[in-house]
Design a protein around this ligand. Sequence first.
Ligand code: SF4
Length: 519
Amino acid sequence: MSEKRLLLGDEAVALGALHAGLSGVYSYPGTPSTEVTEFIQNYAPEVRSRWCTNEKTAMEAALGMSYAGKRALVCMKHVGMNVCADAFVNAAVTGVKGGLVVLAADDPSMHSSQNEQDSRFYAQFAMVPVFEPSDQQEAYDMIREAFAFSEEIGLPVLFRVVTRLAHSRAAVLTGDPSSQNALDPSSDRGWILLPAIARRQYLKLIDKQPLLLSASEGTHHNLLEGTGARGVIACGIGYNYVKEADAQDITLLKVSQYPLPEAQVKALAARCSSILVVEDGQPVVEQGIKALLGAGYPVEGRLSGRLPRTGELMPDNVAAALGVPSSRAFGSAQNLAPRPPQLCPGCGHRDVYAALNQVVAEYPGARVFGDIGCYTLGALPPFSALASCVDMGASITMAKGAADAGIFPAVAVIGDSTFTHSGMTGLLDAVNDHSRITVIISDNLTTAMTGGQDSAGTNKFEAICLGLGVEPEHVRVVVPLPANMPEITRIIREEIEYDGVSVIIPRRECMQTLRRHKK
Ligand code: SF4
């Protein structure tokens, strides 16, 4: 039965996936993607749902579900695509059986990320289709189509959203739910990527490319509108900004499905004397149509400087690029006092940094390598404790490399969830190399930064570290509280002085999840 609901973009994706007959969702939390999985968990607890150890394990579990004939969804933020890339690229070669959709939530402007990478490049690389909705209604409708298309074409579909779409609400008209696929345990050798088979599978993937292109040319999600002299290509959410600007003399090609519909681009170019590309993220389409139309055809966008090279699209900068006066209703926020983010009052990470700073002040050559989580805020005043924060797990491996180069003491600070995501392998490297590093696994018993999802290693960290070969007497557990400062600083000192790999686990629950649990 059809129903109108007010939904976040992420919620529209989640509900569309459920109504497509989803059997399982596998995810690693990351802003702005987290709400998709949370919605599914709350709305349909009967659907298999896991917060996985990382995005690669999530992708592989979903591929297994697809192998069994069922529809599976994988959710992550854009940088998670780097972690799951091995499985993602190879899933295009094996192909899929049950519909497999990979939701990548990109974060232009880096609201809560370390880069602005554009997931559409991964789809080009893997040679799989991309669906990129322009609004919440399309998010709901397109993910349903994405599952069907994935099965029809036998490939994973990348479903790209951006922060503004993921985290804004609009009315969405929903449809009738479909039932789940039946289990299909049949198999063929295409799933075994030994070289001889992989070569055949790769040719199949190449052979599918014209079908992907003709699907892009024929879909109602890629549309030519208007008869104006100036050409505009608007991708995903950029379509809304162009419509809002209401430029009168344009011919508009809306692109929400890739590969790029080349015939439609050429038709637009034939009608117009130039093309402006409006795309959130990196200039994927701008580069593509420059190659398609040749150097003589004027193409503008982020590369040409007509739109800002970095940061997310806004109605204002799109209007300006179209030569339309800004319709902005709100004044600028320049007179608001800046409010840098801070660790919550009473957070255990505060006590970890207070103790660590006290000890490393005794060592002029000390460097503390950070990682990704709430505790990254230890890089800011009042602690200013960290020398680096690069990617998930890099604290340990960077500390190892710096120690190899002669830095002493080299200390890594990593959270519990980040440690199981990508830190364990680095710790094994350090153990195997007898590196002189001290690793602090600041365990708050949750994945706090994204809202308190389960942490894969809870209650297992001592066993993991021992299993990886850290000496039992150098796996130390403390409770990070101001009252315990003398004990914590003593233990940090002792472990820094140890000529090998040591691990200190300060363990105290995140204040936010503690509050929720008490309620
Ligand atoms: S959310 Fe939890 S872990 Fe993060 S800063 Fe607040 S108390 Fe600390």
